[in-house]
Design a protein around this ligand. Structure first.
Ligand code: 9D3
Length: 246
């Protein structure tokens, strides 16, 4: 899978990719990722990437020419991306479903927004779609771009090692995860639930399913409407709804 990231802060992107699963995916060649410094696509002495907004008002706007040139350079040297994404608070919210869609593409370019955003004409000129990562105010699109690359990359075969689950991730299944415990069996006066020490694999499975359902019902009930529940899970959910959960 190929990624290209255009930014005024290339070192922020490099830092975010310096370790972890995506870093190893890049090192092993499964992920081909290039970072492009937007200032390299300026022509003036000051390498200007922003300008005042037409119509007035506070803040600055990203100039269109360097952004369009950067995408042209990517097309010429790396091939035409299957999707060009602009990170923006005005975008659709990035979800696991969106990550799965992008993981099915071969080549994604990301343009990181800064200042008040980019000249609107860039979006149509490069055929971009806008993505937000959620409803909170950040100072720019670099962290969102890293989040998109992280979520998409770990769905690319060979990036997440065997032993780590992708298929069974809570959001892929549409549920929150069950509680996890490791040794020691008693810590800070708190015991690990007996069932997990019992060695009864079927009971462990059922307990985890029930805990995942109870947490999802308590914390994120809107997820249950979308979740693909099997018969056992629907029965467990009925039990929780009738009897409550400790
Ligand atoms: C204070 C500026 N705001 C005026 C009402 C608008 C605004 C412009 C630019 C708010 C944030 C930003 C910078 N944010 C991003 O570029 C961004 C972002 C975000 O802030 N939240 C969630 N997802 C994203 S993706 C890009």
């Amino acid at each position: 899978m190929k990624f290209d990231i255009v930014t005024i802060f290339p070192r922020t992107i490099d830092a975010g990719l310096a370790e972890g699963v995506v870093s190893r995916g890049i090192a092993s060649g499964v992920i081909d990722l290039q970072v492009h410094d937007l200032r390299e696509f300026t022509v003036d002495r000051h390498r200007t990437v922003d300008d005042v907004p037409y119509g007035g008002g506070p803040g600055m706007v990203m100039k269109p020419e360097p952004l369009v040139k950067a995408v042209e350079k990517i097309r010429a040297t790396r091939g035409a991306p299957d999707a060009v994404i602009v990170t923006s608070p005005q975008g659709r919210t990035f979800t696991q479903r969106e990550a799965e869609r992008l993981a099915g593409l071969g080549h994604v370019a990301l343009l990181c927004g800064r200042y008040e955003g980019m000249d609107e004409r860039v979006l149509s000129l490069v055929g971009a779609e806008e993505l937000s990562i959620g409803d909170y105010v950040l100072s720019g699109g670099e962290l969102p771009a890293l989040i998109v690359v992280d979520a998409v990359s770990r769905l690319v075969p060979g990036v997440v090692g065997v032993g780590q689950s992708v298929e069974e991730d809570s959001f892929s299944r549409g549920l929150l995860d069950y509680p996890h415990y490791t040794r020691p069996s008693e810590f800070g006066g708190l015991k690990v639930p007996d069932v997990l020490l019992s060695g009864h694999h079927a009971e462990v499975r059922r307990w985890r399913k029930k805990e995942a359902l109870a947490r999802t019902l308590a914390r994120r009930p809107e997820l249950l409407a979308e979740a693909a529940l099997d018969e056992e899970e629907r029965a467990l959910l009925d039990e929780i709804r009738k009897q409550g959960h400790s």
